[in-house]
Design a protein. Structure first.
Length: 146
């Protein structure tokens, strides 16, 4: 799949896969100056790029970098960032600092990953009843103790 990249800032970096079989490409911070995110604080980090691809049955997903999460407590504010195929604006990475110490992002830092995944669009049909199952309406924790 071909993905067109528009640099919105001359310092912006094109997303890049770090290994031959990497599932997602790294996204890089595009910052005029370092950005410090305090404990419990949220921030939007510019990437300086916009994307275009011609497969409307694919979505781009912004995922957290596991190293930032495990080592520094930096996560995405919404778990993932879903980029619809018709979005043409700048890719922004919304982060939250879940640690108890400030974290500083610098220009060019790898801040998230960009993953492309197939999309299945459901056809919804309102019903008065649904088929019964053994589980039924059992929710959180209903199938075991953990």
């Amino acid at each position: 799949m071909k993905v067109k990249i528009k640099k919105l800032n001359e310092k912006a970096r094109v997303p890049a896969y770090q290994t031959k079989y990497a599932a997602a490409a790294d996204l890089y911070a595009c910052l005029e100056k370092p950005l410090t995110v305090m404990p419990g604080e949220r921030a939007k980090i510019n990437t300086g790029v916009a994307i275009e691809y011609d497969d409307n049955d694919v979505a781009a997903v912004i995922c957290a970098r596991s190293g930032l999460s495990a080592k520094h407590g930096i996560s995405l504010t919404n778990g993932i960032g879903l980029i619809d195929p018709d979005y043409r604006g700048e890719l922004l990475v919304s982060v939250v600092n879940l640690s108890d110490v400030p974290y500083t992002f610098s220009d060019g830092d790898r801040i998230a990953q960009l993953l492309f995944t197939p999309v299945i669009r459901a056809e919804f049909e309102a019903m008065d009843e649904l088929n019964e199952t053994e589980r039924g309406a059992g929710g959180f924790g209903s199938t075991g103790s953990k």
